[in-house]
Design a protein around this ligand. Structure first.
Ligand code: AMP
Ligand code: ZN
Length: 135
């Protein structure tokens, strides 16, 4: 289902033009308007889901094969040396558009980007406590 006030629903379904690099029955992959690097692409499902939690399993299972196709295209045509997949869920995690999207960020030598986190050093007890919560 499309959501009337969702810009990515409109883009994914072709109601708003976009720089489309790949399209199939379920997804459209577009160039990000504020790219981190050359070729920064977003994979958008045509069906609205705000985030990963809301994605039907059947649709979620189709995302990675699409990412593989687009990743191959980016490597082949742009010659990127690496690639980051990023997918933000929730404002706290940096999500600004509340329609699921997977970022493909090609990486180049000296591209000036740092898509990394700062590791912490929990003790074994802390890790065990987390494991207990998840078990
Ligand atoms: P996120 O912060 O994960 O929600 O990412 C949203 C991304 O969408 C950002 O990288 C924006 O640059 C990009 N973006 C927002 N609006 C558009 C648009 N109309 N077309 C293409 N990319 C967009
Ligand atoms: Zn939407």
């Amino acid at each position: 289902m499309k959501q009337d006030n969702c810009i990515f629903c409109k883009i994914a379904n072709g109601d708003i033009p976009s720089r489309t690099v790949y399209e199939d029955a379920d997804f459209r992959a577009i160039l990000d308007l504020g790219p981190a690097t050359e070729g920064h692409t977003l994979i958008l499902p045509k069906e609205h889901a705000a985030n990963l939690y809301e994605m039907p399993d059947e649709l979620a299972a189709k995302v990675l094969p699409v990412a593989k196709k687009v990743a191959a295209l980016l490597k082949d045509r742009l010659g990127c040396a690496g690639l980051n997949l990023v997918q933000n869920n929730g404002e706290l995690a940096g999500q600004t558009v509340m329609h699921f999207h997977l970022h493909l960020i090609p990486r180049y030598e000296n591209d000036g980007q740092t898509i990394l986190w700062k590791p912490t050093e929990p003790g074994a007890d802390e890790l065990d406590a987390v494991l207990k919560k998840l078990s």
